[in-house]
Design a protein. Structure first.
Length: 278
């Protein structure tokens, strides 16, 4: 999570920033709740989802300069070592983890890092797919290839730079059963946004009329709130019945599930405090 768009801006590895570490704690807390909700058999109905897919669309190289684990490593580790793992009925046909990384050097490092930590990926009790590609262009085809549609998907779109995933990708996930998305804005997004062709945010927010009002916010300390609120509205139009934003972490969450909403609120509260989300 948190890969840089293109190469040359950073090397293969980079320093783990405090804001990124806080986001990782949020993801960990949320996933600790999400995995058992989705993978355990419902005690009341006796039903279990036949397949669950997690997509980390900006996966990064798997490690930071200080040796801290990247999101693919801690996501897989916390799943395989979850306290409820014996009740989750893990199998390679049922649980898919998809990690997409655009940059060739970081993709290669991610593959080697996962193998170094977990051994041959084909021997794991869940299916792990590491793909080279672009989040906006390749997420939907990969999900289709893996047969993810019709069962729960969690899409994590955590880029370091521009929010560059078309809203139609979010809408497709929103229409899918019991699915959710987490999208983050990079800390330099606002300054970079002003350099972009207006057609670019049109695809992200669903049209010029939806995002241009946010450009009128003159107070620097309120700009992030305006843009996060604008994207939160976009996820609502995409079809997510519930949306949360976390100002401090530049993060927006969309879900159609009350259970997912409660789990994310709890994770945000524990990581960032009550004054930062809503």
């Amino acid at each position: 999570m948190g890969s840089v768009n293109g190469e040359g801006t950073m090397g293969v590895l980079w320093k783990l920033e405090l804001a990124t570490a806080a986001k990782h704690r949020l993801y960990q807390r949320y996933l600790d709740a999400w995995w058992p909700i989705l993978l355990q058999t419902n005690q009341r109905t006796g039903y279990a989802f036949p397949r669950v897919t997690l997509l980390d669309a900006f996966a990064g190289p798997g490690r930071y300069e200080g040796k801290e684990p990247g999101s693919p490593v801690f996501i897989l580790d916390r799943l395989l070592n979850h306290h409820a793992v014996e009740r989750m009925n893990l199998s390679r046909s049922r649980v898919h983890l998809v990690f997409i990384e655009r940059a060739p050097a970081r993709y290669a490092h991610l593959v080697s890092e996962l193998v170094a930590v977990f051994g041959p990926l084909e021997d794991l009790p869940v299916r792990v797919e590491v793909r080279r590609g672009e989040a906006g262009k390749d997420s939907l085809p990969i999900l289709t290839e893996l047969g993810a549609w019709g069962n729960p998907i969690l899409g994590i779109f955590d880029s370091w730079g521009s929010v560059n995933v078309p809203l139609e990708v979010m809408a497709k996930i929103a229409r899918n059963w019991s699915s959710e998305v987490i999208t983050t804005f990079g800390p330099n997004w606002f300054s970079r946004r002003e350099e972009l062709n207006a057609d670019f945010p049109d695809t992200v927010f669903g049209g010029r009329g939806f995002w241009t009002p946010a450009t009128d916010e003159a107070r620097p300390d309120e700009r992030w709130r305006a843009w996060l609120g604008t994207y939160r509205d976009a996820l609502k139009r995409a079809g997510f019945g519930y949306q949360l934003q976390c100002q401090h972490l530049y993060l927006v969450f969309g879900t159609g599930s009350e259970a997912g909403l409660r789990a994310m609120k709890d994770a945000m509260w524990k990581v960032d405090g009550p004054s930062r989300s809503g």
